[in-house]
Design a protein around this ligand. Structure first.
Ligand code: AMP
Ligand code: ZN
Length: 115
């Protein structure tokens, strides 16, 4: 846990969030500024700043995040129509919170390519 990290503080329960899923390694919340009817953030409980900082020890964690995403999508009722999973990396990628997370966007048709 990094005490100055927003998502570490949310995962630790120090800051409020709209939680939709939690287990020992993954925590999912609704995005505070939703960009689609359903916009969920799949957070690693562990503090990893970005996918660029993943190590071999985190391989299972990434698989778990995607598996949890599939389960959450079913619960949210967006699995059948489809959805988008996005990871922003670094400044050009649009990353604003330096704690590993995957965006799940659904409930509308997504454009391609993304902006
Ligand atoms: P990124 O820009 O890819 O790093 O994604 C960070 C996301 O976190 C953005 O979509 C923000 O809207 C979202 N966000 C920022 N603060 C909060 C918060 N307190 N609770 C939920 N989502 C947040
Ligand atoms: Zn963190």
């Amino acid at each position: 846990m990094s005490s100055d990290c927003l998502f570490c503080r949310i995962v630790a329960g120090e800051l409020p969030s709209s939680q939709v899923y939690a287990d020992d390694s993954v925590f999912a919340i609704r995005d505070i500024s939703p960009q689609a009817p359903t916009h969920i953030l799949l957070l690693a409980r562990k503090h990893v700043a970005s996918p660029a900082d993943l190590t071999k020890a985190d391989h299972d964690l990434m698989g778990k995040i995607f598996a949890v995403g599939a389960e959450v999508a079913k619960r949210e009722g967006i699995a059948e129509d489809g959805y988008r999973l996005v990871v922003n990396v670094g400044r050009n990628g649009g990353q604003t919170v330096d704690h590993l997370h995957v965006h799940m966007l659904g409930g509308r048709r997504m454009a391609w390519p993304p902006g």
